[in-house]
Design a protein around this ligand. Structure first.
Ligand SMILES: Nc1ncnc2c1ncn2[C@@H]1O[C@H](COP(=O)(O)OP(=O)(O)O)[C@@H](O)[C@H]1O
Ligand SMILES: [Mg+2]
Length: 274
């Protein structure tokens, strides 16, 4: 099982949207996917039309010692979900009294490591909290989700530094990749920012960029991933293409190996799709 976390130190940049729709796109390719909602706001849980307030949720696994298998739920979208509820915030308190609280998620996930090809972790906005520390500890790749709006480059560099510092402090090893979202090609600012991100992050940047789309907002509100709500939409295409990039990477390096850097794009190839 590959563990991939969606990170950024700020909210509203599209982490949950990417987590949910990338999970569904990987599921559609026949891969076994577990989505873990690490945010007490439970938006990923709601986006898959689940209710974390009833039944077991991530809090019960991390705090109550509940078996992870009993807390995982099937969804109609080819993705299994470890839901969050508001009480996940209790984990912060409890972990203050624990030794190495950042290992809790990794240990729980190790139980189901043979059951899935991918586990996607939807992280909360707070980068310095114990939930984010757990995500980084469990991950082999952390995807920094960057909204391609004003000040994106500065924000992305700052975020990368924060996560690298955490990783170093806790002795975690993972690759960082950068994904542009909420891209509006009609604006000069958006196009320039995307080029600046590619120039700065180079091969760490995904070729795929997720475009801004009203359908994605609708899909969250309806609790239905875009691949099911509007399978022929541009937004569904973006996530299918992102899933392809990830899978190609897996095939290139083999399942049991650490992720390796992407090949640098061939000369002359433009980094922006479409
Ligand atoms: N590519 C996109 N196009 C249009 N709206 C988007 C896109 N990505 C995210 N959104 C919307 O922006 C808001 C914040 O996105 P969300 O994924 O919840 O961010 P985060 O998890 O980083 O807080 C939500 O209302 C979501 O529907
Ligand atoms: Mg979120």
């Amino acid at each position: 099982m590959r563990v991939l976390s969606l990170i950024n130190q700020k909210g509203g940049c599209g982490k949950t949207t990417v987590a949910v729709n990338l999970a569904a796109a990987l599921g559609r390719k026949g891969l076994r996917v577990l989505l873990v909602d690490l945010d007490p706001q439970a938006h990923a849980t709601l986006a898959l039309a689940c209710d974390g307030e009833h039944g077991f949720s991530l809090r019960d696994v991390l705090v109550g010692g509940e078996s992870i298998r009993r807390a995982i739920r099937r969804t109609p979208f080819g993705v299994e979900l470890l839901p969050a509820a508001a009480n996940l915030a209790e984990f912060e308190e409890v972990s203050a009294r624990r030794l190495k609280p950042e290992n809790a998620l990794r240990d729980a996930l190790s139980v189901v490591a043979e059951d899935y090809d991918w586990a996607l972790l939807d992280c909360p906005a707070r980068a310095d909290g114990v939930l984010s520390a757990n995500a980084l500890r469990a991950s082999s790749v952390a995807v920094l989700v960057v909204e391609t709006g004003a000040f994106a480059l500065q924000g992305a560099l700052r975020a990368k530094k924060i996560f690298e510092t955490t990783a170093k402090a806790q002795g975690s090893r993972f690759d960082i990749r950068v994904l542009g979202t909420l891209f509006d090609r009609r604006t000069k600012c958006g196009r320039e920012l995307l080029l600046a991100l590619h120039a700065r992050f180079g091969r760490e940047m995904f070729d795929t960029v997720v475009r801004e789309s009203v359908k994605l907002r609708e899909s969250a509100a309806r609790g239905t991933p875009i691949a099911f709500l509007a399978p022929r939409s541009g937004a569904a295409e973006d996530f299918a293409s992102l899933a392809d990039e990830l899978v190609a990477l897996e095939l290139a390096v083999g399942r049991d190996l650490e992720l390796r850097p992407f090949q640098a794009p061939a000369r002359g190839r433009t980094p922006v799709r479409r």
